[in-house]
Write a protein that binds this ligand. Structure first.
Ligand SMILES: [Zn+2]
Length: 94
């Protein structure tokens, strides 16, 4: 049985971004979403866990309220930067 090392933060931040996206007032294409994700993940401490294959991690939505606040802060900051400097030409958004 193989054991994997996984950065739990990736899943958590990804899911959080999906929830926050409608309120962030930012382009929601894959390029911009990934940019916001990378920005946040680079600033947040990774949370590595070892997991055997097939183990369910999806039920973990957040680690603690402190983590939650940090994640929201970094995602909001990332969205701000992407909104000002999208990596693609500006879209027909009002
Ligand atoms: Zn975009």
């Amino acid at each position: 049985m193989s054991v994997l090392v996984k950065n739990l933060m990736e899943d958590i931040v990804d899911r959080k971004l999906d929830k926050m996206l409608p309120q962030l007032n930012v382009c929601t294409c894959d390029i911009c979403k990934t940019d916001i994700l990378c920005f946040a993940l680079n600033r947040l401490k990774p949370k590595y866990v070892s997991t055997s294959q097939g183990e369910l991690l999806s039920r973990i939505d957040s680690l603690s309220a402190t983590f939650d606040i940090a994640i929201i802060t970094e995602l909001t900051a990332g969205a701000e930067i992407v909104r000002k400097n999208p990596r693609h030409s500006v879209q027909q958004d009002s």
